[in-house]
Design a protein around this ligand. Structure first.
Ligand SMILES: Nc1ncnc2c1ncn2[C@@H]1O[C@H](COP(=O)(O)OP(=O)(O)OP(=O)(O)O)[C@@H](O)[C@H]1O
Ligand SMILES: [Mg+2]
Length: 242
């Protein structure tokens, strides 16, 4: 395995019960510095794949490695390296924002000084500092998402995995998140995320995989894939063909 491979998905397959495979023989490699977009129609298998990567969903076949550690055999190692922001963050509603962030910081054993610095930095960036003392139950969807993102960033993950992160974020917060993704990747981390917003993916990602009915039908660098066309037209074309 190359030194700079952060996420390696090898022959991953998953079925829910006896039904047909929701993910079928998925192979995909994310390297340090990549902002890797995962696109595909509703029900294609994006969340199913993402949830296996971050260790919240068991899988039948294949192997997934994070920085060389097996998700199956070394789950704790993998979780230390990974941040996961689900499509619908389910936070502890009866905690305040700051209590929640401190709880996550405790789980990841982040020292006092570092957590304070990072919470302040990201809360300011997402303009949520003034609301951190309020109960999460009083937050809007976007505010909850911001807290989920901050909680993911405070342990400085090597791999950030996001499931449709731009849904529900206001334009400023989307811009901030994109900036953070760039910063992380410049520092050697990697980002893997699903999205339906192809304009954003086209501008943001250096690599893309397209999944259809549980199978990867196209993957590569943005230049290889688009060759001057828009990502949207390439997507619609390959979706139709394959
Ligand atoms: N818990 C579950 N039990 C049974 N089937 C499921 C479950 N979760 C997902 N599926 C099925 O697996 C397939 C892939 O679903 P998945 O949620 O991974 O799609 P997706 O690409 O994330 O779609 P979307 O863009 O709508 O979020 C779908 O056919 C879906 O019906
Ligand atoms: Mg999904």
């Amino acid at each position: 395995m190359g030194q700079n491979v952060v996420l390696d998905i090898k022959h991953y397959s998953k079925s829910y019960g006896a039904s047909k495979k929701a993910a079928n023989d998925i192979n995909l490699t994310v390297e340090s510095g990549d902002i890797y977009g995962f696109i595909g129609h509703n029900g294609a298998g994006k969340s199913t794949t993402i949830r296996a990567v971050v260790g919240v969903l068991d899988f039948d076949e294949g192997e997934i490695f994070i920085d060389g550690h097996s998700v199956k055999d070394e789950p704790l190692e993998c979780k230390k390296l990974t941040a996961y922001i689900p499509d619908n963050p389910d936070l502890y509603e009866n905690l305040t924002g700051i209590q929640y962030l401190n709880f996550i910081a405790d789980v990841f054993e982040i020292d006092e000084e570092k957590r304070q610095t990072l919470i302040k930095k990201y809360a300011d960036m997402f303009e949520i500092t003034d609301s951190l003392g309020d109960l999460i139950s009083s937050y809007s969807h976007g505010m909850k998402q911001k807290v989920a993102i901050i909680s993911a960033l405070i342990h400085e993950p090597k791999l950030m995995v996001l499931d449709e992160p731009f849904v529900g974020l206001d334009p400023k917060a989307s811009f901030t998140l994109k900036q953070i993704m760039h910063d992380m990747c410049e520092n050697g981390a990697a980002v893997f995320f699903s999205t339906h917003v192809l304009d954003v993916a086209e501008k943001l990602c250096n690599k893309i995989a397209i999944i259809k009915n549980g199978e990867i039908i196209e993957k590569g660098t943005m230049e290889e894939l688009t060759q001057g066309q828009s990502l949207e037209s390439v997507f619609l074309e390959v979706e139709d063909e394959k």
